[in-house]
Write a protein that binds this ligand. Structure first.
Ligand code: DX5
Ligand code: ZN
Length: 222
């Protein structure tokens, strides 16, 4: 099963509700919500109040990606705002296990994210507790960057490790530079949650954009 998660970072923020609904109606499985604090990454986006307002608009899975220095402090806010999955960075200042436990205490899925320079082996001790691992395929902070092909071995290694541990259910998310030109490599390597911002929102026909991406991903599995 492949899931498509459009990154709202590339939407028209003057009509974020309409954009979310349009992507959901276009067949997106999730909506990827990028939270940046201007400290963990050199950019600022939006906070939990925006997610709270979006929640009644869309039934899609809210896939919240915290790019913030102290995720543990804000897990409650983002969970209560309506997140279905919360991912945070292993490179953040919060204790990893405690933050995972806090996310799970709200009955939602927990994801652990790794920046490009972080070895994938660093997430292995937490795999038993995790629902998702997010492999950044660009440096976090901005949409519209190029896919880093040298991240492919990390996806392959993680997939292998999950298999070894009997965790075929693990969500393996790739985020950054995903488009019809790059998605096949990511999916063939084992990624099953595909985040795409600029590649989807730059298209006029969202339905076609989501379908094309999904089709390209599936075709790489054959
Ligand atoms: C980058 C964000 C990504 C970003 C992806 O820090 O985490 O989710 O929006 O954008 P594209 O798909 O344009 O690379
Ligand atoms: Zn993201």
């Amino acid at each position: 099963m492949i899931y498509i998660s459009p990154s709202m970072l590339s939407c028209d923020f003057s009509k974020i509700g309409d954009e979310a609904l349009a992507m959901e109606n276009a067949g997106a499985d999730m909506l990827h919500l990028d939270i940046m604090d201007g400290h963990f990454v050199p950019n600022i986006t939006f906070g939990a109040p925006v997610i709270k307002k979006l929640r009644p608009v869309s039934k899609a899975v809210f896939d919240t990606h915290l790019m913030i220095s102290e995720p543990l402090k804000y897990v409650e806010d983002f969970s209560k705002a309506g997140s279905d999955i919360i991912s945070f960075h292993i490179e953040s200042d919060s204790p990893v296990e405690e933050t995972i436990d806090k996310i799970k205490s709200f009955g939602i899925k927990a994801g652990l994210a790794v920046k490009p320079k972080t070895p994938i082996e660093e997430v292995y001790p937490y795999l038993d507790k995790l629902d998702m691992v997010l492999i950044m395929t660009v440096e976090p902070g901005f949409g519209g960057q190029s896919f880093m092909e040298d991240m492919i071995p990390k996806i392959v290694a993680l997939k292998e490790k999950c298999k070894e541990k009997g965790r075929d259910d693990m969500l393996i998310q790739v985020d950054g530079g995903i488009s019809v030109k790059t998605v096949d490599k990511a999916a063939a390597s084992g990624a099953n949650v595909l985040v795409a911002g600029s590649a989807l929102f730059s298209q006029k026909d969202y339905k076609k954009a989501v379908e094309d991406l999904r089709e390209k991903a599936y075709s790489s599995l054959k």
